[in-house]
Design a binder for this molecule. Structure first.
Ligand code: ISL
Ligand code: CA
Length: 566
């Protein structure tokens, strides 16, 4: 396997609006991040991914960009940006920008011009169609509820928006538009930025017939109708030729709608498209046919199977990512762990899982202190456009039967705002995030869960993350080692082997509240190396949510494997 810095790195995602407010307006900003660069260094991360910081009216918190060349006023200035980049580089941390080019804001100059008339030169920067039978061109539904088509009275046509109506989709068929995007990418790369995380990149190429589609299962519709369009690989290869291939940078696609079977088309290194994608199998595992507000049951086996199938899919020539949360999903410990009963143990087990599986790990801000989901009581506490659109839609559909409290309860478990409450720095007012009331309420648990509390404690989630990242860095086996995953006890106990030459690392993970004797799954020469329990020297036993890592010889591993498989 070819060595690359981006395979050996750990990524940390910052949602700038919620990280640190430096100037007392309740909104996180770039100078706030600058204040915390030592914190990031100390944590041990190598790459910082910033959610969008470009000029934006914030209909979708920066994922609706009105000027790709300006910093969002609330976040600071270009001088602040340059300083942040320099401070990060001084500390050998790389910076990855969010690249949102499936759509722009409707307030972008291009769209403002595009909508003035059918023959404006910018008309073709977006996707305009005539209506059908007095309604929109087809039955496609937006990610955030309602039709993807918005009618424009002026020119009597509809424009396409897969997300909100303030996020019109750009027309990638238009060569001029593509060149504008490439020039913009070069602008940031020439400043010294180290790569891009590419928002909904599989959606760029549209199925231009705009035929009606089966909308009954949204996840399927995304894969078959919105993503993986006919020209997507041509566009990405062009982008690589024109931009990415000329720099030593990393490209990480948000791989929404990409199944493991065809992932290699995006990330195979011989394809010259992008380096890796964030895949979604596990992130949609609890979403029903109507999406996140339509929850469904999931099993631990199903969860582990996602990682197995992706590992199988990404063979010798491809590379993957490992993450369990971001700004669009609930807090990982609340979702995949047991935050009520085994908060510390399950948060640290999940952290370990992220760092020992094959693929570049991405951590999300606040998970390193075990931040948990919110318990908002009122609709007015939410901020996410997806929450409000779905709220309105459900209210309209259900009428008198709409149960607002139930809806809020579901949103506190599944909604995007869970990940967007302010970072909890200390137990002072507003969790030390801001001197004033923040743009979104601080999680009410901030006086217990915060950085200051954990920083100086040897047994804290934060101290564990630091130890874990060091441990990972000590051995390239975690990067380049072969990988095999075993289910030892259905839905509860799993093992991951990483193999390099004659060395094997054997990770046993207990995803349950039960205790297990594990002699059966150890060899005589198994030596404990790492655990999230203090007393792990008593190593033939796993407590609830315990993970232990052993080293053993290849020989021992082979016979152990045979006994497990028989
Ligand atoms: O969270 C989702 C909807 O329930 C996901 O499907 C999400 O919309 C999808 O992963 C795309 O996300 C990205 O693009 C969106 C933006 O709102 C998200 O924050 C971003 O991560 C549109 O730009
Ligand atoms: Ca601010």
């Amino acid at each position: 396997m070819k060595r690359n810095w981006w395979k050996e790195s750990v990524i940390y995602q910052i949602y700038p609006r919620s990280f640190k407010d430096s100037n007392g307006d309740g909104i996180g900003d770039l100078r706030g991040i600058i204040e915390k660069t030592d914190y990031l260094k100390d944590l041990g991360v190598d790459i910082l991914w910033l959610s969008p910081i470009y000029q934006s009216p914030n209909d979708d918190n920066g994922y609706d960009i009105s000027d790709y060349y300006q910093i969002m006023t609330e976040f600071g200035t270009m001088a602040d940006f340059d300083e942040l980049l320099a401070e990060l580089h001084k500390r050998e941390i790389k910076l990855v920008m969010d690249l949102v080019v499936n759509h722009s804001s409707d307030e972008h100059e291009w769209f403002q011009k595009s909508k003035t008339s059918k023959d404006n030169p910018y008309r073709d920067y977006y996707i305009w169609r005539k209506g059908k039978n007095g309604g929109p061109p087809n039955n496609w539904k937006s990610f955030f509820g309602g039709s993807v088509w918005e009618y424009d009275e002026e020119t009597e046509e509809y424009y396409l928006h897969l997300f909100t109506r303030k996020q019109p989709d750009l027309n990638w068929e238009n060569e001029k538009l593509r060149q504008e995007i490439y020039a913009m990418m070069r602008f940031w790369l020439d400043k010294g930025v180290d790569g891009f995380r590419m928002d909904v990149i599989p959606l760029l190429s549209k199925r231009l017939e705009f035929a009606d589609g089966d909308m009954s299962d949204f996840g399927k519709a995304v894969e078959k109708i919105y993503a993986n369009g006919p020209r997507i690989h041509e566009f990405l290869q062009e982008m690589h030729r024109e931009v990415l291939g000329k720099y030593d940078v990393v490209s990480i696609g948000e791989g929404v709608g990409v199944p493991p079977e065809t992932a290699e088309l995006y990330v195979g290194d011989y394809r010259k498209e992008i380096n890796m994608i964030y895949h979604f199998g596990h992130m949609f595992i609890d979403h029903g046919e109507k999406g996140r507000m339509d929850p469904k049951n999931w099993t631990r086996s199903g969860f582990v199977d996602v990682f197995k199938s992706w590992d199988r899919a990404l063979k010798a020539n491809s590379w993957g990512t490992i993450y369990l949360g971001n700004h669009d999903f609930p807090r990982l410990v609340s979702r995949f762990g047991d935050a009520e009963n085994y908060w510390y143990e399950s948060a640290t087990l999940l952290a370990t899982l992220i760092c020992i599986l094959r693929g570049t790990p991405t951590l999300y801000q606040g998970d390193e202190i075990g931040m948990r989901n919110v318990s908002f009581k009122q609709a007015s506490q939410f901020r996410d456009v997806e929450f409000f659109n779905t709220y309105k839609e459900q209210k309209a559909i259900q009428g008198d039967k709409f149960d607002e409290n139930k809806f809020i309860e579901i949103a506190c478990e599944f909604g995007r705002d869970n990940a967007r409450t302010p970072m909890q720095w200390d137990s002072s007012v507003n969790a030390g995030f801001s001197k004033v009331q923040p743009w979104i309420d601080v999680n009410s648990n901030f006086s217990e869960i915060n950085v200051a509390n954990q920083e100086n404690s040897p047994v804290s989630i934060l101290s564990f993350y630091k130890k874990l990242l060091k441990f990972r860095k000590e051995d390239l086996i975690w990067v380049y080692g072969e990988q095999e995953i075993f289910e030892l006890i259905e839905n509860q106990l799993y093992a991951v082997a990483r193999i390099q030459g004659s060395v094997v690392k054997w990770v046993i993970l207990n995803f349950s509240n039960s205790e297990f004797e594990i002699d059966l799954w150890l060899a005589d020469d198994s030596e404990i190396q790492f655990s999230n329990y203090q007393s792990a020297n008593e190593n033939k036993h796993l407590g609830p949510w315990q993970v232990s890592i052993f080293a053993m010889s290849l020989e021992s591993y082979i016979s152990l494997k045979n006994s497990i498989l028989n």
